[in-house]
Design a protein around this ligand. Structure first.
Ligand code: FES
Length: 155
């Protein structure tokens, strides 16, 4: 699958915006520009079932990063796709983050388990730490994820 490419654009009157070089073609997500905080729109999230996820990408400090949105019951939560143990993708690139059997988000590398609604690791090598969580809200059928600059993320 082709990955979307993003470029930073300095806005008139200040602020940095991030724009895709071409329309999103993969995961049904698109980046919304903002002078306050970059946002990612993920379309049709209400069709996700409990435990299903949708990945998205964004740029931060010049680096392309990946996050995931999880539907948990009637709640949607969004996290950075990065284990707190090592800096690796939780899903090892496979797009699966949640185990219904464990009722946890889990890391496919060494098995760290995270509480779905808080991102707190309650089992594994990084127990007590938290996934980087992003604010998310719904707009119609879509989810909007706010991506803070480093240092302002909810932990
Ligand atoms: S890298 Fe995730 S538990 Fe080790």
């Amino acid at each position: 699958m082709a990955r979307a490419r993003w470029r930073s654009v300095r806005r008139e009157g200040g602020g940095l915006a991030i724009r895709p070089e071409r329309p999103w073609d993969g995961w049904g997500a698109s980046l919304i520009t903002s002078t306050i905080m970059p946002q990612v729109r993920i379309s049709n999230v209400r069709e996700l079932a409990h435990g299903e996820t949708r990945k998205y990408t964004f740029e931060r400090t010049g680096e392309l990063r990946e996050g995931f949105l999880l539907r948990y019951g009637d709640t949607f939560v969004a996290y950075l796709n990065e284990c707190r143990h090592w800096r690796v993708d939780l899903d090892a690139g496979e797009g699966r983050f949640f185990s219904a059997k464990l009722n946890r988000i889990y890391c496919r590398t060494h098995g760290a388990c995270y509480v779905p609604l808080t991102g707190e690791c309650d089992f594994g090598p990084c127990a007590g730490e938290r996934l980087e969580q992003f604010d998310v809200h719904l707009e119609g059928e879509d989810a909007i994820v706010n991506i803070p600059e480093l240092g302002h993320a909810r932990k």
